[in-house]
Design a protein around this ligand. Structure first.
Ligand code: ADP
Ligand code: MG
Length: 256
């Protein structure tokens, strides 16, 4: 049984079928990309999985537990983490303090925050930072970090909750190509090492084809194709709907 099983979910906004009868599976240890043109329904799909939106119909099972109807914090506690498109760290705190906060929050010990946070979980936080390549910058305030480094910290924060499923809506937005590849390579490594499942949206086809194990293509709320890079690249519906009729696209080699 796949970790995440999405069956026939739909969401309407007035007359718009934002997501229309979408089903897919996501096993642990897999990096699944959700792609499609603007307005295709990607964010709506995401928000149904994390509980911010309630699906009108269908079923979303995490390890057999129905998520539809559960409030977002309960879904988070079941192990569904997310990173945000915009930066969500506390700039005035240091890198390691941000991760300590996340670890404390994971243990529901926020009530203890009147005690100096630096006493708690520093070692565990440093270990997480080491995994995302940020240990050397642990004591710098988040506000002075380069954008790509903040994204690494966000990943460490998300990992503090020990997610089984991580949702990343446009994780590489605003990044230079090299930073994008570095972040996705890191994500891929964590997926394998921790056996977690990641669902992400991404604009850059280079990134998607280089790193995703599998991809789902949405167009006007419908799932029009699903498969690996080879399948998606050659899929006539994808060529037509996503890349524009008659327009071919080139797959660039990503530098290692
Ligand atoms: P994507 O993330 O793929 O760009 P969205 O899921 O944001 O697409 O949007 C899918 C469709 O649903 C679009 O037509 C969008 O205008 C509409 N939509 C999304 N959210 C809302 C909302 N809160 N209210 C009304 N319409 C919405
Ligand atoms: Mg979106």
């Amino acid at each position: 049984m796949s970790l995440l099983q999405v069956r026939n979910i739909s969401k309407r906004f007035g007359g718009v079928a934002a997501v229309d009868d979408v089903s897919f599976d996501l096993p642990a240890g897999q990096l699944l990309a959700l792609i499609g043109p603007n307005g295709a329904g990607k964010s709506t799909c995401f928000n149904m999985v994390n509980g911010q939106l309630h699906a009108d119909a269908g079923s979303i099972l995490l390890d057999g537990h129905e998520l539809i109807g559960m409030p977002p914090p309960a879904i988070w506690r079941l192990g569904v983490g997310r990173t945000f498109q915009t930066v969500a760290t506390f700039g005035s705190m240091t890198v390691v303090e941000n991760v300590q906060m996340a670890l404390l929050s994971h243990e529901r010990k926020l009530f203890k925050l009147w005690q100096p946070a630096h006493r708690f979980k520093r070692e565990a936080a440093l270990e997480l930072l080491d995994q995302v390549g940020m240990a050397a910058q642990a004591d710098r305030p988040c506000s002075v970090l380069a954008y790509g480094d903040v994204k690494r910290v966000e990943l460490a924060i998300a990992l503090a909750n020990q997610p089984r499923l991580l949702l990343m809506d446009e994780p590489t937005a605003g990044m230079a190509p090299q930073e994008r590849n570095a972040l996705m390579a890191l994500t891929k490594k964590l997926v394998v090492e921790r056996n977690i499942a990641v669902l992400f949206t991404e604009h850059s086809m280079d990134v998607v084809f280089s790193f995703a194990d599998r991809m789902l293509v949405l167009a006007r709320g419908k799932l029009i194709a699903e498969g690996n890079a080879e399948t998606i690249r050659n899929h006539p519906k994808v060529q037509e709907v996503y890349f524009g009729t008659g327009k071919t696209f080139e797959l660039k080699k990503v530098p290692a």
